[in-house]
Every structure is written in C-alpha cells, then in structure tokens.
Design a protein around this ligand. Sequence first.
Ligand code: SF4
Ligand code: SF4
Length: 238
Amino acid sequence: MSVRTLKIDDKDVAVEAGTSIMDAAKEAGVPIPKLCHLEGLTPVGACRMCLVEIEGLNKLLPACVTEVSEGMVIHTQTPKLQEYRRMNVELIFAEGNHVCSICVANGNCELQDVAIEVGMDHSRFPYRFPDRGVDLSHPLFGIDHNRCILCTRCVRVCDEVEGAHVWDVAQRGAACYIVSGLNQPWGEVDACTSCGKCVDACPTGAIFKQGSTTGEKQADADTLEFLYTAREKHQWTR
Ligand code: SF4
Ligand code: SF4
C-alpha cells in the first residue's frame, strides 16, 4: 500500500494513494459541506459545495473528485471558500422553487442544512421561478421537479446500486431536468422495482413517499449505510 501524507486545516493526515480529499478529510475529522456526494456512489463533483483551497494552486478544487498527493496543504474553511459556498447555495435557491414551509423535507433537508451552515438568510440573486412539474404517476412515490437541485444522486443510486437505471438527466444548462425512463411518467417505467433507494438518496424533498406531508420526509440512515456497504464492501446485508 502506497501512502500519501498531507495537511488538512493544519492536521497531519496519512492516507492510501488514490484517496479523495473528501475521504482524507473525513478520516481527519474535518467536515466538508456537500450536496451531490453520497458515500457509496461514484463522485461527480456536480454541486461545487466541497471546493477547497490547496496551497500553490490558484484555483479551487472539488474535494470529492480530487485525489490527495504527497505534501498537499489543504484549507477547507477560508473566508474565500465561505463566500463561494454561500453564493453557491444562494444560486441553488434562486434557480428552483424551494418553499421550505410547505416542503415534505422541511427540517430534514440537506439543502436547508447547508444554507444554515453557510449563514444564508436570503438569496442576493433574482429568483427564476421556473415552471416545473410534479409527477405523481408512481403508486408509492412522487417527484417534484421544483425542489430538484440536479445532484444526480437518484440517477446514480438507481443505476449503480439498484441496477434499474430509471433516471437520467435530460436537456442542457438551465433547461436540465431529471427524466424517468424514456421521458415517460415514472409510474409507466417498467424498470422501476419500487425499492425506494432514490427517495432516501435525494437530499431535498424532490423525491418523496406519497402521502407525506410537510416535514414528514426522513432519509433512512440505515438505507444510506446499506448503499455504502453494498458498493464498497460488496455486502448486501441490512
Ligand atoms: S424506486 Fe428504486 S428502482 Fe425505482 S426509480 Fe427509485 S431507485 Fe430506481
Ligand atoms: S430528484 Fe433529488 S436526488 Fe434526484 S437530482 Fe433532484 S435533488 Fe438530486
């Protein structure tokens, strides 16, 4: 095993070569904010919440998809990063229709958590109020595209862990949205096994169990642990 030694927020860390900065930070007990990253799924660096500063580099790099290298000196909580993260969360809120007071995930939402963490109390950017739909065609679950932050956790968990590949990303840029099957209503996609993994993987109230009302969605921590164990250790146990 080849080892890399580095510093994260003044803490000395020694990890296996190939480890991501995100995992090295976790090992060092240094929390890094994230939205698209979920242990057990392939990291994609989509949400940009985990950007870190590395001494000697003049650009910020996403911790989830950047491997450690020998002698790296990493900072995760500089004023510049805090300002970037706050701006990022404000842009996410302005981009969709996030009305926490009537959301199933109110109080149990990772987007809400990072907003509080970065000190956001309003968005400085004009709200786009996009015209998006809600799909309630599945007998057990629903998707409200207004609350989707395009993290692609649902896409990855359904493909990589459940093996059903129900979800994908359609269109480009601001027109992007999560699509089920061949742009069919979710309830008409035969590949869906109704396992519910996408419900638990979704960090917001975008995918939810039907019948849930405001604040009732709780991501099942056991399921998330199951996903990680299945992916990393190939143990399919609960
Ligand atoms: S319920 Fe399971 S199979 Fe159906 S879309 Fe969600 S993760 Fe995929
Ligand atoms: S539906 Fe949820 S999990 Fe899927 S991309 Fe949107 S926010 Fe992420």
